[in-house]
Write a protein that binds this ligand. Sequence first.
Ligand code: NAI
Length: 269
Amino acid sequence: MGTFAVTGSASGMGAASAALLERAGHTVIGVDLHDAHVVADLGMPDGRAHAVAEVLSLSGGRLDGVAAIAGVGPSVRDAAAVMSVNYFGPVALLTGLRAALAASGAGRAVVISSNSASTVPLVDDGLAALALAGDEDGARERARAGQAAAPAEILDFAPSITAYATSKLAVAHWVRRTAVTPEWARRGVLLNAIAPGAVLTPLMTGSTGGAAFDDPDAFPTPMPLGVFGQAEDIAFWVHQFLRPEARFTTGAVLYVDGGTDAAMRPDAH
Ligand code: NAI
């Protein structure tokens, strides 16, 4: 049985993924702000360094997989924090754990992006470029400046929507750029992303008081399957990407969104 690190393990998709891995007999090292084996703030450089060191220590420097799931939603007021948690957090964690994944001989990594990267029209390409260049200070500054320019009707319920969608676009691009580099691909470490749609976790239901989640057909984006996702629907695919048998897929971004992206962009792939 393997050893897996899961960030965001205290709630939602991370908790469901950790539970699924544990039920399959694996050892899970949970990382979160609270209620985890490793308590760390992945929005801060010190917290990321602490998380990497603790996971390396608890795993003995050998990991079968990492699921970078921790993140925040667009209702967070500080757009800079959204960039730090959602982009710089998973990138630093996965970079710091890459050698431990390579040590297992068939390391697997999966990151949670979002279908908002392709379905939200407010993505800031300049902000994504700063993130991908590794400029956290610059990205934080631009995210805050962009927040001030967003339409007022959106700011009420999703004050960080531009930073949120952009952080998720940047993390998907980072996955595609990084997965094919020799340090990952030729060391047998496969790296993929999942882009969920509307999933009923505390992140979603807490952001609007729950009223918007009574009827999928009244949701602002199309929900072709007529249902919202559950945390377990994402955990299923996290588990698939982390299996050693998943050996010919890297750099993929898989939409697990009830068909929203296909409905909005039928001719894109
Ligand atoms: P959740 O709020 O239930 O779980 C997120 C977990 O991440 C929490 O346990 C939280 O404590 C942890 N976390 C937040 N900030 C952290 C930090 N600075 N350091 C360490 N841990 C931190 O939310 P959910 O929905 O399970 O979210 C999981 C991922 O899915 C996130 O990256 C989110 O952005 C993404 N996502 C969620 C969607 C949804 O509809 N729920 C849709 C698309 C993407």
